[in-house]
Design a protein around this ligand. Structure first.
Ligand code: AHG
Ligand code: MN
Ligand code: MN
Length: 342
């Protein structure tokens, strides 16, 4: 857009600050710190093919039972440090850590917020130069000031999120976030080292032509999902079917594409994973908040809005259906009719 002034992430969050008078600019400052960590991690990811010290697996297995990649650990440490340095956050729950991390230093102890994060999403894609991401979710603390936060502060329904977002390290790097006033996207310009406003008010199409699911697990899917997949594959030019199948295996990248183009992403429960694979706190709640703020929808496939689920455990998993409203509603119809049956 020739002649249009470039707006950076920091400028936009300061402008939007007036919408949160109670927050005294805190949320804005926190988002700036997250933006800084994103730049550092982005820099490392860009060099991943050259820096042999950063690609590949570590010796350890995380709480999710998955082999930790070196970049999982690097991203976790980088985001944790940047968030702690803000002084606004008193604790973090990370997909990579068994337990919550409570900040007990003078600067952070009285922070008003707690954060849940997936520091590196899609990390199995890192060694093969495929898009990965970071997902974050911000809540107000519930434990009174003066006392240490506990797990309970993190076990809040997604509808209590005050902000959520992701960074996609893709063909370009983007930061997409919401504070409940729509979904906004920024694209990283490496020549000036800034996230610049590129997608002011993201609205996902009401319906779409893309379905994203790991069809390798087909045999193990609930019958409702199998029937919905067949519906997506049927020939019906009037409703643009057959749809097209796209699956990267990085939630952030699959969701981002569908958000822009119109589509549905499904990670259902399977015979071997009775609650699905994706994590409610680190992946599904923040993505659901962004989806809804862009006019989309997110459910567990059994008629329950993701954001209304009461978490019982920080690492809890949940089946996940998200994307264009009409498509999620259609998938829900199939689930209602056929359920989990054989
Ligand atoms: P993570 O790398 O944070 O563990 O997340 C991986 C997730 C998600 O990004 C992706 O959509 C999904 O796992 C892919 O799982 P499958 O390989 O089972 O399809
Ligand atoms: Mn993930
Ligand atoms: Mn991860």
């Amino acid at each position: 857009m020739a002649g249009t002034r470039i707006l950076t992430l920091n400028e936009v969050i300061i402008q939007k600050q007036s919408a949160f008078p109670y927050a005294k600019g805190e949320l804005s400052r926190l988002l700036s710190h997250i933006g800084l960590a994103a730049k550092i991690v982005n820099n490392m990811i860009n060099k991943a093919g050259l820096e042999t010290s950063i690609i590949g697996e570590t010796e350890s297995i995380n709480i999710q039972g998955e082999n930790q990649q070196k970049l999982d650990v690097y991203a976790d440490e980088t985001f944790t440090k940047a968030i702690q340095a803000s002084g606004l956050v008193c604790g973090i729950a990370s997909e990579e850590c068994d337990e919550i991390t409570v900040f007990d230093d003078d600067l952070s102890r009285d922070g008003n917020y707690v954060i849940c994060m997936d520091p590196l999403d899609g990390s199995s894609n890192i060694d093969v130069n495929v898009s990965v991401g970071t997902i974050f979710s911000v809540y107000r603390r519930t434990t009174p000031h003066g006392q240490k936060v506990t797990k309970k502060d993190f076990l809040q329904q997604g509808n209590k999120q005050v902000a959520a977002g992701y960074i996609i390290y893709g063909s370009s790097t983007m930061l997409v976030y919401t504070t409940g006033l729509g979904t906004t996207g920024f694209t990283y310009d490496p020549s000036i080292g800034e996230f610049c406003l590129s997608h002011y008010f993201m609205v996902t199409p009401k319906t779409g032509k893309i379905y994203s699911i790991n069809e390798g697990n087909y045999i193990k899917f609930p019958l409702g999902v199998k029937k919905y997949i067949k519906y997506c594959q049927e020939n019906d030019p009037e409703s643009s079917r057959p749809y097209t199948s796209r699956y990267i295996g990085s939630l952030v990248a699959d969701f981002h594409r569908n958000l822009l183009k119109g589509g549905i992403y499904i990670y259902p429960k399977t015979a071997s994973a009775p609650n699905g694979k994706l994590r409610l706190l680190y992946e599904c709640n923040p993505i659901a908040f962004l989806a809804e703020q862009a006019g989309g929808m997110a459910t567990d496939g059994y008629g329950n809005r993701i954001l209304d689920i009461q978490p019982k455990d920080i690492h809890q998993r949940v089946p996940f259906f998200t994307g264009a409203k009409a498509m999620v509603e259609k998938a829900e119809e199939f689930m209602k009719e056929f359920g989990d049956g054989e």
